[in-house]
Design a protein. Structure first.
Length: 258
């Protein structure tokens, strides 16, 4: 995130960048990315943003990997100060169904995550204690997912339809979703554009516009699409691999520097 911060500051004169840290220091921040209840993380992020005087007039939000859906939850749950543009890089907005390559460089943490997922992703213990379980979406057990998911099913309006969530998300000026064309970590990669496996199987992926989420407009995405607020971008390469040139041309210039 330090490198991203530097690129933004170098290319956007006078910009202020607040890099959210969930915890006291880099180590705790990384551990919380695996083991801190996502809803508590969102609450903390909302508090940090609301207390930053320099963000009160509005801000652009960039979320990387799981940070994409986490910042979307911030937009839905915490509309003040206002989020102007939400830019999601490889966010898993419909969840994941697979764990092919653990994020980060800590093999010990990765092995713990795999063991916990194998224990039972929808047990209360794993749901409350493992971040990745909270956006695990099993297309073969849709009812179990909807009933047990403590985070993703809520922000995706798959049970109770929260009108405030929808209204808040629709306040965005732009919702930019970056999918990585050669992504081998996120399964399926189309979740980065809200696509997902059709229920009952794990082969065919339905694009966003074919899902009930869109056709019934649970989140307001259909209306936002008509208003040309949705932007679907592809970055060549694997998960979170993009060049400075691509980032400046496709993200900073059209959505931050204008």
């Amino acid at each position: 995130m330090g490198a991203i911060k530097s690129i933004i500051e170098k290319n956007v004169p006078g910009v202020y960048v607040h890099s959210l840290e969930i915890g006291n220091g880099i180590v705790e921040d990384m551990e919380n990315g695996f083991f801190k209840n996502t809803n508590d993380q969102i609450e903390l992020a909302c508090k940090k943003i609301s207390m930053d005087d320099k963000l009160q007039a509005g801000y652009h939000a960039m979320g990387f990997s799981q940070g994409g859906q986490f910042l979307r939850a911030v937009a839905q749950r915490c509309p003040n100060p206002p989020m102007k543009n939400l830019i999601s890089f490889g966010g898993q907005h419909q969840g994941v169904y697979g764990f092919p390559r653990c994020p980060g460089d800590n093999s010990t943490l990765c092995n713990i995550v795999r063991k916990l997922l194998n224990l039972g992703v929808y047990t209360d213990f794993v749901q409350k204690g493992l971040v990745q379980a909270q956006y695990w979406h099993d297309p073969l057990n849709e009812e179990l997912y909807r009933n047990k998911s403590i985070f993703l099913a809520d922000i995706n309006q798959e049970n109770v339809k929260n009108r405030t969530y929808k209204a808040n998300l629709m306040k965005l000026e732009n919702f930019v979703m970056v999918m990585f064309g050669d992504d081998t970590m996120v399964d399926p990669k189309e979740t980065e554009w809200f696509g997902y496996y059709t229920p009952g199987q794990a082969r065919r992926v339905a694009p966003l516009r074919e899902t009930p989420m869109y056709t019934e407009d649970w989140l307001g995405l259909k209306q936002m699409d008509k208003q040309k607020k949705l932007h679907f971008l592809v970055s060549p390469g694997n998960h979170l691999q993009f060049t400075d040139t691509w980032f400046i041309a496709n993200i900073l210039r059209p959505f931050v520097m204008k």
